[in-house]
Structure formats: C-alpha cells, structure tokens
Design a protein around this ligand. Structure first.
Ligand code: AKG
Ligand code: FE2
Length: 243
C-alpha cells in the first residue's frame, strides 16, 4: 500500500494518507491551536485569520509537533520514500487558521529565493523535501497541479500565478479530518480563497491546518531550505510575534 502511495507522491507530487490522526488527537490539536491564538500573527486582512510560523519552537505547541513528526504512520511512509537515507523535520512548520493561500510552491521564493542559488531543487542530488499537511477538519481547500514538481518553476509568486492561470490539469484534494497530505514542496498548489476564508462561520468553526516539512539530513535542498527558512522566520517574528 505504501508502495503505491510513495509512487503517487513521487510521480504526481502528492498523496493522501487517510485517517492518520484519531478524533481525540484532532481535538487535542484544535484545542492547542485555539489556546494559542493570542500569540499568532495576523497576516491577512480577515480578523479571524491567524498564522504561526515555526510553531514547533513554542513550548505550548511542541507536543503537537512531536505527535506529527513522531507519528508511526508518517514514519513508515517517509521510510518508504527515503529508504536508508536518514531524514528529519527541517524546521519549516506552520499552523494556519482560516488562512487563504494563492498559487505558490513551498520552496523559498521572492526575497528568500537567493538561498536556493547554490542548490538546484530539480537536480537528482538535491534531495526531495516533503511537507506533511495535517487537516483538522473535512475539506477540499488544496488544489494542485499534478507532476508540476518535476520541472523547474519560477521562485516568484506573480509568475506562478500566471502559470496556474493557463493550467487546466488541476486536482482538488478532498480530505477528512485527520488525513495527512504528503506533498513535494516543489509542487504548484493553492489553498483556500480569500472569499472562502471571509465566511463568519469560521469564527466558531475555524479551518485549521498544521504542517511540517521533512527532508534527507544534510541534503543540499534540506540545508538550503533550513537556512533560508531560518531567515524568513526571523523576519516573520519581528513583524508578527507578540511579545
Ligand atoms: O490551505 C491549504 O489547503 C493549503 C495550504 C498550503 O499551501 C500550505 O500550507 O503550504
Ligand atoms: Fe503551500
């Protein structure tokens, strides 16, 4: 079973691992998130939208990260992907609450793209980085261009938006609460629209997404992503972190 899922992830750039987290765990994750809303950034002009970059750094949320990064089902999948190559969670983690997401890849882009100057993410030796997206409610916010991870894309959101506009092969990924989407960070994808996220029913029933990125230890892409992301996070902290 993992063989077909790893194959799908390798060939299409994503796959869905069903029912990885139980209802009880989902509740623990949702409660931890809502208890920490006060420390989160407000990065969209929607008052009930929140984001916490690098949530694994915060003592009240490290347990959530540990449950994800240490989950047996994820470990089996990642071991099937990476074989004998040891992997780690490279430090790129996010909790988003009612947050829209335009077309993008999860590589370092825009002002952070230069951190990839010494590393070609599409080369054989770069190593594949995979994001685990843990959905804490049913939904189908994620849209993705299958196989888009296989050939170079610009590290610029405006250019990616244009590319997506001309793309007709787009899949909408349906998930149930507790499912995990494993996605190659080079894949072209988008999440919820601003209009979706404006709905006031989300105040009582927030859309919560928790994610973390894995990569082979010391692979060129893992290193570049870890270093560039540390800079991105430091900037993010200065702008959004409540002290
Ligand atoms: O909202 C979604 O379903 C996708 C979010 C996303 O692109 C991400 O977390 O990297
Ligand atoms: Fe993304």
């Amino acid at each position: 079973m993992d063989m077909t899922l790893t194959e799908q992830c390798r060939e299409q750039g994503y796959c869905v691992l069903p029912s990885v987290f139980s209802e009880a765990e989902i509740e623990i994750f949702r409660t931890a998130t809502t208890e920490n809303l006060g420390r989160m950034g407000r990065t969209r002009d929607i008052s009930h939208s929140y984001h916490l970059a690098g949530f694994h750094r915060f003592p009240s949320l490290t347990a959530v990260h540990t449950r994800i990064a240490g989950n047996d089902r994820l470990a089996r999948f990642l071991t099937a992907c990476y074989g004998d190559t040891p992997y780690y969670a490279l430090g790129l983690s996010d909790i988003t609450v009612n947050r829209s997401q335009h077309w993008h890849t999860d590589l370092l882009r825009g002002r952070y793209s230069h951190f990839l100057d010494q590393c070609d993410p599409w080369s054989e030796e770069a190593g594949v980085c995979l994001k685990a997206l843990v959905y804490l409610q049913d939904g189908s916010s994620l849209r993705l261009v299958p196989r888009s991870h296989l050939s170079p894309l610009p590290l610029d959101d405006a250019a990616l938006e244009c590319l997506a506009d001309t793309e007709d092969d787009i899949v909408r990924v349906e998930v149930r609460a507790g499912d995990v989407v494993m996605m190659d960070i080079r894949a072209l994808h988008r999440g919820s629209t601003d209009d979706d996220m404006r709905s006031t029913t989300l105040v009582q029933h927030p859309k919560i997404l928790v994610s973390t990125v894995f990569g082979p230890i010391a692979s060129p892409l893992s290193c570049a992503m870890a270093i560039g992301n540390a800079h991105r996070m430091a900037d993010w902290d200065r702008l959004y972190l409540n002290r």
